[in-house]
Design a protein around this ligand. Structure first.
Ligand code: ATP
Length: 261
């Protein structure tokens, strides 16, 4: 059985239905990418899984014990320097200062932050550096579930590549499950074991794709080719508000002609 089970989940903000009948499973060591257009409810779903919102209806059952979140906004404490921000979860866990600073330095370095950067306060860091501090803070507690809301969107292409590889290694070595949100289908194709496409109004799951090739074996060419392939799928195209492929468009107009008015 899966460690995370979501069944018949609905969510409303006031009278507006944002999520409708969401059914999803996530297993240990699995990376699931939620892809969809802006406003389709991806962040709401992540907040529900994180327990930050209560669903209007439906079931969320989680056996993960140490979840960690990285949100779109880094949400760093402005009065603490980067190192102390990274160490927040370790402090809450009760680790001694020397131990947590050692760990914090290690994670900071892994994420490409220098010793000088780690001494800086959030307002002295670039957006990309702040995102890396937030990711280091999440990884430092060795989570069994990582909830990522577009954590790579503010990063340059080289840094993205480094962090993709760090994340894949983390998943392989520690069995962390990852539920990640992205607008970027190519990012999902690079990192995920499964991609779930959402459509909007109300937010719902419209297509699931399983990627069998291990992430370590996915070359750039493989990623480009498969992204292009998936972009031909009607559910993916319609989810992003693009026209359906020509074949499907032809089928729709034939249908329209056949339907009595
Ligand atoms: N606290 C809130 N109160 C009322 N409506 C909200 C609230 N949070 C989000 N919404 C609405 O719910 C819908 C889904 O928002 P959500 O942020 O979950 O979408 P998203 O797919 O993550 O979007 P994006 O990709 O742009 O971040 C949007 O129409 C948004 O305006």
């Amino acid at each position: 059985m899966s460690e995370l089970r979501i069944r018949h989940l609905d969510h409303r903000y006031g009278l507006t239905e944002v999520l409708a009948d969401i059914n999803l499973d996530l297993h240990k060591a699995e990376t699931l990418a939620l892809v969809g257009p802006s406003g389709c409810g991806k962040s709401t779903l992540l907040h529900l899984v994180a327990g930050l919102l209560t669903p209007t209806q439906g079931l969320i059952q989680s056996q993960f014990l140490t979840p960690a979140c990285v949100f779109q906004q880094p949400r760093l404490l402005p009065w603490k320097n980067a190192l102390d921000n990274i160490c927040l979860g370790l402090k809450a866990k009760g680790d001694a200062k020397t131990v947590r600073h050692q760990q914090g330095l290690l994670w900071g370095r892994q994420l490409g932050l220098s010793a000088a950067d780690l001494g800086k306060y959030p307002h002295e860091l670039s957006g990309g550096m702040q995102s890396r501090v937030a990711l280091a803070r999440a990884l430092a507690i060795k989570p069994d579930l990582l909830l990522l809301d577009e954590p790579f969107s503010a990063l340059d292409i080289g840094l993205k590549a480094q962090l993709y590889s760090l994340l894949s290694t983390q998943v392989q070595q520690s069995g962390t499950a990852v539920l990640m949100i992205t607008h970027d289908l190519m990012e999902a194709v690079r990192l995920a074991d499964r991609i779930v496409m959402m459509a909007a109004a109300p937010g719902r799951l419209v297509k699931e794709i399983t990627l069998d090739l291990p992430t370590a074996q996915r070359s750039d060419a493989w990623v480009y080719e498969h992204t292009a392939l998936f972009m031909q799928m009607d559910e993916i195209r319609l989810g992003f508000g693009l026209q359906a492929s020509l074949m499907a468009a032809a089928a729709i107009s034939a249908d329209d002609v056949a339907r009595p008015s």
